[in-house]
Design a protein around this ligand. Structure first.
Ligand code: SAH
Length: 352
């Protein structure tokens, strides 16, 4: 079957069915620009060939199986089922400013095994395909469209490690920034990584205008190895060199995500190590509060209390750094950072 983002294949099918180019363009517009439901997209095609289009094109590789809307903020968590039964989650984010964003997954589960993250508990099941990554965006865009909102922002911060699924993510970003397809502004896309040095540099070379975010969380090797076990293979020295190489190629500062854990990543030594890590590299620091996750209790990780988070942020600002104290949406629906673990609906048991 042809994937909807595969324009050359769609155009070849149109030629085979003798559908004029203008009619196909109308379909592409309905699909990507107007974000219409699949039936309305198909309605733009000549009735005589509609069945062929329906059968030969994979219009929706994912099926929406559940949706939870936050009662306290503008987040909705969507669970999608793929053809093989795998369930993944995406989060719709609605901000007060009117901005709408979607947080997408790139893998079923994750191999990174971060101590504090629910997805890590699942282990890696498989990579998502480019079509599955993009269908999360299409379906989110349609839902937003139906609410009168326009999806313009997108973060790769759902389940999985984007740079462990490098080729599919690269092709998805190509489709997202392509004016003939999704037409996202590059700086409205953020790809967040646990820190795979060589892949980060390759990404920056190919996408100098797309934001890369590094989940650093600690600038001390012994602490970071414990929190983010997958990075044992790469020292912070190597990661810092990659971060510098990324910013040398990109037009934008590198985003750094830093989780504040009481007594673990928020001490004076942590502050000093963080400042040394970012010295001379254009970065934007995001300080993230810890969202408690079931199964991580034995580790005894507690989030830093708000006053001390603010003090940590203030110290970094005084040192001349760009700092944002981030707030997570969707905690009441297990849709906040680190809480995605394919539980379908509130009453369903964990099914992994
Ligand atoms: N694998 C990618 C993207 C997924 S997670 C990465 O590691 O960047 C997006 C962000 O949420 C990461 O910075 C991740 O470390 C953070 N996160 C994971 N668990 C969390 C939790 N329980 N509370 C707050 N943030 C968490």
């Amino acid at each position: 079957m042809i994937a909807v983002h595969d324009l050359p294949a769609l155009r070849a099918l149109a030629r085979r069915l003798k559908v004029p180019e203008v009619e196909l363009r109308r379909v592409e517009k309905r699909l990507f620009k107007h974000r219409m439901p699949v039936d309305e997209v198909l309605a733009a095609l000549p009735p005589a060939t509609r069945t062929v289009w329906r059968n030969e094109v994979d219009w929706a590789p994912l099926e929406l199986v559940s949706r939870q809307d936050s009662a306290v903020d503008g987040a909705s968590k969507l669970a999608f089922q793929a053809r093989d039964g795998a369930v993944i989650e995406s989060v719709l984010l609605r901000f007060h400013t009117g901005r709408s964003s979607v947080c997408v997954s790139t893998q079923v589960g994750c191999a990174a095994d971060c101590a504090f993250c629910a997805t890590g508990r699942l282990g890696l099941k498989r990579n998502l395909t480019t079509a599955e990554i993009l269908d999360q965006v299409l379906q989110a865009a349609r839902l937003f469209h139906a609410e009168g909102r326009t999806l313009r922002n997108l973060v790769f911060m759902g389940m999985g490690e984007p740079l462990h699924n490098e080729v599919a993510v690269r092709d998805a970003v190509e489709a997202l920034r392509d004016p003939e397809r999704f037409n996202f502004t590059e700086r409205h896309i953020v790809v967040s990584t646990v820190g795979v040095p060589a892949a980060m540099v390759r990404f920056a070379e190919r996408f100098p205008g797309v934001n890369l975010a590094l989940s650093l969380h600690s600038a001390r090797d012994e602490v970071r190895r414990r929190l983010v076990p997958t990075t044992k293979r790469h020292s912070l020295t190597e990661l810092r060199a990659a971060a510098a190489a990324v910013t040398a190629r990109q037009r934008r500062p590198l985003m750094i995500e830093y989780l504040l854990f009481d007594g673990v990543t928020d001490t004076a030594a942590d502050l000093a190590a963080l400042q040394a890590f970012v010295a001379g590299i254009p970065v934007h620091l995001n300080l993230i509060p810890f969202n408690p996750v079931a199964g991580t209790e034995p580790l005894g990780l507690r989030g830093t209390p708000p006053e001390r988070r603010e003090a940590f942020g203030a110290a970094l600002k005084r040192a001349g750094l760009k700092v944002t104290l981030r707030r997570s949406l969707g905690a009441d629906i297990d849709g906040a950072c680190g809480q995605l673990a394919r539980r379908v609906g509130p009453a369903a048991p964990d099914n992994d």
